[in-house]
Ligand binder design. Structure first.
Ligand SMILES: CC(C)(COP(=O)(O)OP(=O)(O)OC[C@H]1O[C@@H](n2cnc3c(N)ncnc32)[C@H](O)[C@@H]1OP(=O)(O)O)[C@@H](O)C(=O)NCCC(=O)NCCS
Length: 182
């Protein structure tokens, strides 16, 4: 399926910036270098192959200066219909505090608002400052069972592996007979 490309332009402090979801504009090297920074403390540097797979399967907004130099990104993992997971919001430190962070989040907001059947836009954060930002810009609240009768659940790879070690494997077949197998 051919994916739509979104694009926005804005001039701030006499510098014109572009935000685009065009995949061929965003060098993999920029993403790899960003993942290696302390600012993206939640990310690990990825191999070329893993980077390509990740970007091929994500909707990534890149932010560029007027000569197409990438200076930031935000990534959504989405089915373009019911669910979007926002992650990897990052701006190079030489372009911070100009409003570009709020702008890229507003662009993500425009994209998900085009999804009429969207159930949830979700993200994970450990930062209180980020919670305030996402509450204000995206109307988000913590899914901790307090404000809504919903709990957001998650597991890192290690925990999934632990669960796998103590439960039947997928290839072991059904643990219960279905009606048809009577
Ligand atoms: C978060 C980030 C993208 C903000 O970009 P920015 O262009 O500097 O931010 P803006 O100028 O658009 O807006 C600043 C707002 O973001 C908030 N902010 C700044 N740094 C932030 C951070 N690390 N986490 C969350 N919010 C942050 C500020 O409090 C400010 O809020 P205000 O409008 O009430 O003053 C940028 O600081 C960054 O890349 N940080 C490192 C990566 C990171 O922490 N990403 C995830 C955080 S959501």
């Amino acid at each position: 399926m051919d994916k739509k490309t979104w694009q926005w332009q804005r001039t701030i402090a006499s510098q014109t910036y572009l935000i685009s979801t065009a995949r061929d504009l965003l060098p993999h090297k920029f993403v790899q270098e960003a993942f290696a920074t302390d600012a993206m403390y939640w990310a690990e540097p990825l191999s070329d192959e893993a980077t390509r797979a990740m970007l091929d399967n994500s909707l990534t907004l890149g932010i560029y200066t007027s000569d197409n130099t990438p200076i930031g990104m935000a990534r959504m993992v989405t089915d373009y219909t019911t669910l979007a997971y926002l992650t990897d919001v990052y701006l190079h430190d030489s372009h911070r505090n100009l409003g570009l962070g709020k702008w890229i989040i507003a662009c993500c907001r425009e994209i998900v608002l085009e999804m009429n059947d969207l159930r949830f836009l979700v993200l994970l954060t450990g930062s209180e400052q980020a919670q305030k930002l996402y509450t204000r810009e995206l109307g988000m609240s913590s899914l901790d069972g307090r404000q809504q009768p919903l709990t957001c659940m998650g597991a890192r790879r290690g925990k999934i592996a632990e669960a796998a070690a103590s439960t039947p494997r997928a290839e072991d077949g059904p643990t219960r007979a279905t009606g048809e197998e009577r």
